[in-house]
Design a protein around this ligand. Structure first.
Ligand SMILES: [Zn+2]
Length: 227
C-alpha cells in the first residue's frame, strides 16, 4: 500500500481571537495516518485573564466538540505560545513532541506563554533536537522565526508535501515573501499547500493573496501575545 496516499490532514477550529479589531481564527490539525492519529497543537480550553485581556477570545475547546480526544495517539506542538498548547492537559498520557529549544524557552522566559498550561500535571513531553521522522511520511522540521524553537510538520501525500506550519507564518504574505529561516525552509520544500494556525484556508504557492495584507504592524515574535 502507498502509505502517503492514505494520510489526510483535517483542520479543526478551536477559537476565535480578536486581534487589532479583527477576528483571528485558531486552528489545530489532525493527521490521520494508518499507524496513528496525530494532533498538531491543542488550542485553548479555558479562559485565562491574560488571554482575555489580549485576545477577548471565543473558545470551542476540543473537549467540548464532537472530537475523539481518546483517539489521538500522538501530539505535536509547533510551539508553546498559549493559543497552541492550552489543550495539552487533555493529552496527559500521550507523547507530546516539541523542539527542546521551545520547551526550554517556554519554561524559562518570562511572558512567553501561560506556563501552567505548558506544565500541566502529568504531561509527557518528548524533546526533539532538529528533524525527526515521526511516522512513515510524517516528519518534524525546525522552522525558526516566530519563535526560535518553532517546528513544522511535513506530510508526504503522494505528490508535493503538505505542511502544517503553526505560526511559522501567521498570514499568507509571510509565505508569499518569506523572510525568516523557517519561512524560507517551508518554501524550499515546494509544498502543495501549507496549513496556517490562523487562516481558514491553506496557503498555496502561486496563488495571489492580495486580499490578505496581514497586520498593520509587523509582529515581533516575542511573547504569547503575538499569537
Ligand atoms: Zn498562534
Amino acid at each position: 500500500m502507498n502509505i502517503s496516499a492514505a494520510i489526510t490532514v483535517t483542520p479543526i477550529l478551536v477559537a476565535d481571537l480578536l486581534v487589532e479589531g479583527e477576528v483571528m481564527p485558531v486552528y489545530v490539525h489532525v493527521i490521520d495516518h494508518p499507524d496513528a492519529r496525530v494532533l498538531v497543537d491543542t488550542g485553548m480550553t479555558e479562559l485565562h485573564p491574560a488571554v482575555v485581556a489580549a485576545f477577548d477570545p471565543l473558545l470551542y475547546p476540543l473537549s467540548r466538540q464532537d472530537f475523539d480526544v481518546a483517539g489521538i495517539d500522538i501530539v505535536v506542538n509547533t510551539h508553546l505560545h498559549a493559543d497552541h498548547c492550552g489543550g495539552n492537559h487533555l493529552f496527559a498520557d500521550r507523547p507530546i513532541y516539541v523542539q527542546r529549544r521551545e520547551l526550554d524557552d517556554a519554561r524559562s522566559e518570562d511572558d512567553y506563554t501561560i506556563r501552567e498550561w505548558v506544565n500541566a500535571p502529568g504531561l509527557r513531553y518528548v524533546p526533539v533536537d532538529g528533524e525527526l521522522d515521526l511516522l512513515p511520511g510524517v516528519r518534524l522540521v525546525p522552522a525558526p522565526g516566530h519563535t526560535p524553537g518553532t517546528q513544522v510538520v511535513v506530510v508526504e501525500t503522494g505528490g508535493r508535501p503538505v505542511v502544517i506550519c503553526g505560526d511559522a507564518a501567521v498570514w499568507f504574505g509571510e509565505l508569499d515573501e518569506p523572510r525568516t529561516e523557517g519561512q524560507q525552509r517551508i518554501r524550499a520544500l515546494d509544498p502543495e499547500k501549507v496549513w496556517l494556525a490562523h487562516e481558514h484556508e491553506p496557503w498555496r504557492p502561486g496563488v495571489g493573496h492580495t486580499e490578505d495584507q496581514g497586520p498593520a504592524e509587523p509582529r515581533d515574535g516575542q511573547g504569547w501575545s503575538t499569537t
